[in-house]
Ligand binder design. Structure first.
Ligand code: ADP
Ligand code: MG
Length: 647
């Protein structure tokens, strides 16, 4: 450990932030709140917590450093543990949903902003911490925004022993300074080299095809240097990865250089043991291609990148408050994001950035990204605020308040779920429990209902599979085989029970055969092991809350009833024209192409996990239900609005 620590020291000393160490320490000593701005890669996330730990060595308490994404929290913690020459989980640790690698002796803790919010439920003044660092604040995730609001209150209530640092990669610090009442911001000069920008002459029909061609072309024509490719999500990344593995070798002939392509992937839902691969240098005589989501925009820094390929898209949560529906959409990036992406090419030397869209398209992009809180389902956030004793959520001091309609909708949902009473107070029997379960309120309610219906074991398995995401994969070139393999799992009742069948079958497979079993069945082995992991933890949490955990055996009707009890907000009934209509909103929805209910007689009533908007509004993960199972309050759910507004 010490050897590794010593070998990393010279690298650390080269970081731009190192030179600013004394200046930063002085500013922190003089100010309770400080905003620090510095280019991605300058060393903020890894170094500043260490500087502060040295500075406040004698003060009791730990340093929390929040990250919008779990992957970033885990990878940075691992790196910093190495830099400090300690075992991960001791002096340096991390804490993310479903995974806690910290201990009472942890001095520097990297955690997702969501986890710090959860800690604030138990400890509203965050007394455990002498310093809280809100990192990547420019990302403005919902959780970051809520956290900033809470920390403002903590600053009011705690003495001078508490320090708040907000770190951002963009120059737009003034807004944070004003909001937090900070008196100053520190700017750390980064390093950057010239970047040549290239656009396509005409719009590309498929950015996936264009990305593949661009990779091959750069690989052929350009001297050594790694390629970073921005895509929208894990499914695109996995499919491009497979394409590169299958096809790229064929393109090698005629290449200018003797390098081979070596592809690595990184996205938020990636299992921890896979993540670190992205930081390892490519094997000798190889050129690394990193296929990444916007996580590589600012959250993590990978060395060696000289070429950036930007598809110009990002997957973004959207929320239609009027309809009360969520969507997950692939949308164009903002100009600010596009600049961040290109910037990744010029960190260590001059670089090239290829934008797979026209310059005209770039000019038409939004200048900056709308904060997530203004386009999100706030159910979970409002539940947490209520659980922290914040009654008047409509007037909570947000940096950019969410639309009133969204707040009201989310309160209605919570009322419908029984988490709030008519006065807007958290209920003991539902609300309090839901706030302690690490899943969305709707799925939390599924679990609570299942406990009453005697099918908790099954419901926990379903919810774990839903949380793990991307269980099936559908290689375009092996569509038929994949479908054939899937048949044996299919439940006529829909996708949730199909997922349950997969989970049950997977448990039966001996450990040594699991990976082969997965590939034979076109099932994502990484997602499966994640589902098993989540299941363990959810089950433990559930039992610790004193809830009954029984199995319903082979009669799965109770499971569908429990799903209905939680997902009724996403219930839809079949119209005479063959299209579904969401009962609470009147919104038209279609069965998602991946649904097992496609291609057979349509059930008259369904519930679904989420809405995905691509060419149409698709209901994803669908279960057939009986209309009579729906709670009575569905049609009248919105009538209580005026009351909550006042409360
Ligand atoms: P910032 O937060 O300012 O973007 P970081 O502190 O995350 O910068 O990174 C500083 C440097 O540390 C990066 O340039 C990178 O080389 C290195 N680094 C960070 N995390 C890792 C990691 N997990 N593995 C290897 N190197 C890393
Ligand atoms: Mg950082």
């Amino acid at each position: 450990l010490n050897e590794r620590r010593d070998s990393l020291l010279p690298q650390r000393q080269e970081l731009p932030i190192w030179a600013a160490q004394n200046a930063i320490i002085k500013l922190v000593a003089d100010h309770r709140v400080l905003v620090i701005v510095g280019e991605t890669g300058c060393g903020k996330t890894t170094q500043i917590p260490q500087f502060l730990q040295n500075m406040f060595e004698k003060t009791k308490g730990a340093i929390a450093c929040t990250q919008p994404r779990r992957v970033a929290a885990m990878s940075v913690a691992r790196r910093v543990a190495e830099e400090m020459g300690t075992e991960l989980g001791h002096k340096v640790g991390y804490s993310v949903r479903f995974d806690d690698m910290s201990s009472p002796s942890t001095l520097i803790k990297y955690l997702t902003d969501g986890m710090l919010l959860r800690e604030a439920l138990m400890d509203p003044l965050l007394k455990k911490y002498k310093v809280v660092i809100v990192d990547e604040a420019h990302e403005r995730t919902v959780q970051t925004d809520v956290l900033l609001g809470l920390l403002k209150q903590v600053l009011d209530k705690r003495d001078c022993d508490f320090r708040l640092i907000v770190m951002s990669a963009t120059l737009d610090a003034a807004k944070f300074v004003t909001y937090l009442g900070a008196s100053t911001a520190a700017y750390v000069q980064g390093r950057s080299y010239p970047i040549s920008l290239f656009y396509t002459a005409t719009p590309e029909e498929s950015y996936m095809d264009a990305a593949f061609c661009a990779i091959i072309q750069v690989h052929h024509d350009e001297p050594a240097g790694d390629i970073l490719v921005f895509l929208s999500g894990s499914d695109e990344i996995e499919s491009l990865d497979r394409l590169l593995r299958d096809r790229a070798p064929a393109h090698k002939a005629g290449s200018n250089n003797a390098l081979q392509l070596y592809a690595v992937t990184i996205y938020a839902s990636m299992p921890p043991e896979q993540q670190m691969k992205v930081f390892e240098p490519a094997p000798e005589d190889h050129r690394k291609v990193i296929l990444a989501t916007n996580i590589a925009e600012t959250s993590i820094t990978i060395q060696g990148v000289r070429y950036v390929i930007d598809t110009g898209v990002v997957k973004s949560r959207g929320h239609n408050a009027k309809l009360g529906l969520d969507s997950l959409q692939v949308v164009p990036v903002s100009q600010a994001q596009a600049r961040q992406r290109s910037g990744r090419a010029g960190r260590e030397a001059a670089g090239k950035a290829y934008r797979l869209y026209t310059e005209r398209t770039f000019d038409d992009l939004e200048p900056t990204t709308v904060p997530e809180i203004q386009r999100s389902n706030l159910g979970s956030v409002m539940l947490q605020l209520k659980a922290m004793g914040i009654q008047d959520v409509l007037n909570f001091d947000f940096m950019d308040p969410p639309p009133r309609a969204s707040v009201i909708r989310s309160l209605e949902l919570l009322l419908g779920l029984g988490a709030l009473d008519k006065e807007g107070k958290l209920t003991d029997e539902v609300g309090l429990l839901l706030s302690q379960l690490p899943v969305e309120p709707m799925f939390g309610k599924v679990l609570l209902a299942s406990s009453l219906m005697g099918c908790c074991l099954e419901a926990l398995q379903v919810v774990s599979m839903v949380s793990a995401e991307n269980i099936f994969f559908f290689p375009r070139e092996k569509q038929e085989q994949a479908n054939a393999a899937r048949v044996k799992f299919i439940s006529r009742e829909g996708d949730h029970l199909t997922l349950l069948n997969v989970f049950r079958a997977y448990l039966e497979v001996p450990r040594k055969d699991k990976s082969r079993w997965c590939s034979e069945n076109f099932i994502n082995a990484r997602s499966m092991s994640k589902a098993v992991d989540i299941h363990e933890q959810l089950k433990a949490r559930f039992t610790s809350l004193g809830l009954a955990c029984t199995s319903c055996g082979n009669n799965l009707d109770p499971v569908r009833k429990a799903l209905t009890a939680g997902l009724f907000y996403h219930a839809a009934s079949l119209q005479t024209d063959g299209v579904y209509k969401v009962i609470t909103s009147g919104q038209q929805v279609w069965l998602h192409p991946s649904s097992t209910l496609r291609g057979r007689a349509k059930p008259s009533c369904i519930v679904f996990s989420e809405l995905v908007q691509t060419t149409k509004q698709y209901a994803r993960e669908v279960t057939a239900i009986e209309k009579s199972w729906l709670p009575d309050l569905v049609p009248g759910i919105f009538s209580a609005t005026s009351k909550i507004t006042k409360g």
